[in-house]
Write a protein that binds this ligand. Structure first.
Ligand code: CA
Length: 242
């Protein structure tokens, strides 16, 4: 069974999209509730196969919380397949088998962090925050420049974007998109080029994904998103800055 929840009204201001893969309903509900309270948008799966389908087809996924013992495809195999396919979304593995060797196996198959059951929801939320911070920081690790365009200032090494000195919240994908535009002023990017640069060559989906994220980005950085002055549409080709 596959349940997804992406309330469109909250998508714009979400802290991040988190896929919770857990077959025990009580634990799944507790995790989802705690993360929703923190402003995350939650997608749910109860087995590894459904989770893989979601991971492959969801345009924006910032974090996966992954149980190890799962029906169909278990958490370890899920992680192996995900990484083999080039998907680098941060994974927080959760398991009742909390001994050291299980933890090591989890990290070896590509999980970024490991939490033993039972755990407190405050710790889970803190680990999620840390993983998201780290993934945003990793992305800009080699980008120490500061970019300016109009009122927008981007500090890639600090993962910060300000508009008129006021910091704005961007999702990792929005941040990467803006980073591409800001670091290549006036270059025109096709949707396919943006997909490849931001989502990766193995991303399964279409170029509408790009349009959706550009729309979200515009809602955050444009004075009038319906008449954008920063991220401009180049008809018949794609987008450019300014
Ligand atoms: Ca389980």
């Amino acid at each position: 069974m596959l349940l997804t929840e992406q309330p469109p009204s909250s998508a714009k201001n979400t802290v991040g999209f988190v896929l919770v893969v857990e077959d025990e309903a009580i634990i799944q509900e507790a995790i989802a509730l705690s993360l929703r309270e923190e402003g995350y948008s939650i997608l749910l799966a109860e087995d590894g196969y459904s989770a893989l389908q979601i991971a492959k087809t969801t345009a924006r996924l910032d974090l996966v919380i992954l149980d190890v013992m799962l029906p169909s495809i278990n958490g370890l195999d899920f992680c192996r397949i995900l990484r083999h396919e080039g998907n680098n979304v941060p994974v927080l593995m959760i398991s009742a088998r909390g001994n050291e060797s299980d933890r090591i196996v989890g990290l070896e198959v590509g999980a970024d962090d490991y939490l033993s059951k039972p755990f407190g929801m405050k710790e889970l939320v803190a680990r999620c925050r840390a993983l998201l911070r780290r993934s945003r920081r990793d992305f800009v690790a080699n980008n120490a420049a500061v970019y300016k365009f109009g009122d927008i200032t981007m500090y890639p090494d600090e993962c910060r974007v300000t508009i008129k000195e006021t910091e704005i919240n961007l999702s990792p994908k929005e941040f990467r998109l803006l980073d591409l535009f800001m670091s290549h002023p006036r270059r025109v990017w096709s949707r396919e080029q943006l997909l490849e640069k931001v989502w990766g060559v193995d991303f399964v989906g279409d170029s509408k994904t790009v349009d959706v994220h550009i729309r979200w980005l515009r809602e955050k950085i444009e004075v009038d998103p319906s008449d954008p002055k920063h991220i401009v549409t180049v008809r018949g080709f794609g987008y450019r800055l300014g």
